[in-house]
Write a protein that binds this ligand. Structure first.
Ligand code: SAM
Length: 275
């Protein structure tokens, strides 16, 4: 099996759409007329969840009519936010066929299918024409991709000069062994976490100038503390997110959260300009 096949298999659930719809129905949602906020907690697979997406979108200087490519789009929560809040036209691409299918279905249920669509494909061979996008985003995807030089070259290729590329990635902040399983990999074999220095260097090599960098650890840790307080107060656990995470969800969440709290890992946002 190639690395990409292993990664897609890692994220494949098998009956994710049914599980998500059951969670939404149990919460009393109208699943044929979903609002974006109904999906909060089930469609954003990254630290800091929706709050982090909102910050990234602000820093991307988005506007109506801009074409945005979301690379490794998952279930499409970030893509739908960029379209709904700013009027962008968003094309998502993701390796995991099931995620693409569920992302398109949820988008139809939210009434956003004329602005947002998803297709299956590899971030290392993007099925888009050169110079065809005004913005690109990469949210918690690089941890599964070893060849980041090729990844950034592909993203630079599809962007127009002067465009903004927003990354929000888990990066390694000091030497140390990562605990596994992690949300993105059960074992080190498909995990390729790098430092901010490596990201900056590879981005510059690919033709980007890094304009901004923000460590979002405090935001991610605050959300974890709030979730722990809710659990301690006897409120229901975050079932939607556990469904999305799959086997050993508690252990995987706790490994990444402890690594961020201990300063070994950090969710870092970078805004890079295509030069
Ligand atoms: C942790 S999830 C993040 C999903 C989404 N960006 C979000 O924040 O909700 C990582 C995603 O990256 C996708 N992915 C990993 N490697 C990829 C590759 N080489 N090409 C395209 N997608 C990839 C996975 O299929 C998965 O959907």
């Amino acid at each position: 099996m190639s690395t990409e096949e292993k990664v897609a298999s890692h994220y494949t659930h098998g009956s994710l759409e049914t599980a998500i719809l059951q969670t939404l129905l149990a919460d009393g949602k109208d699943i044929d007329n979903l609002r974006i906020r109904d999906l909060a907690g089930v469609d954003e697979f990254h630290l800091g969840r929706h709050a982090a997406t909102v910050e990234l979108a602000r820093d991307l200087d988005l506007a109506a009519g801009l074409r945005l490519a979301d690379i490794g789009s998952g279930l499409g929560g970030p893509a739908r936010h960029f379209a709904d809040a700013y009027g962008c036209t968003v094309s998502g691409i993701d390796l995991t066929e099931e995620f693409v299918r569920v992302a398109n279905s949820l988008t139809v249920r939210c009434g956003l299918a004329d602005q947002v669509s998803f297709q299956q494909g590899s971030a290392l061979a993007l099925p888009f024409e050169s110079g065809s996008f005004d913005r690109a985003t990469l949210i918690h995807v690089g941890m599964n991709i070893e060849d980041k030089a090729r990844l950034f070259a592909e993203i630079r290729r599809i962007l127009k000069p002067g465009s903004r590329f927003g990354l929000y990635e888990i990066m390694q902040m000091r030497e140390g062994m990562l605990p596994y399983p992690m949300p993105w990999a059960m074992e080190p074999e498909t995990s390729f976490v790098c430092s901010p220095d490596v990201y900056r260097h590879l981005l510059e090599e690919a033709g980007f100038a890094v304009e901004q960098e923000q460590d979002r650890s405090a935001m991610a840790i605050r959300l974890v503390h709030e979730a722990r307080a809710r659990a301690a107060a006897g409120e229901a656990r975050d079932q939607g997110f556990r469904t999305l995470m799959g086997p050993r969800a508690g252990e995987r969440s706790s490994n990444v959260n402890m690594s961020v709290e201990g300063g070994l890992l950090a969710p870092i946002e970078m805004i890079a300009i295509a030069v």
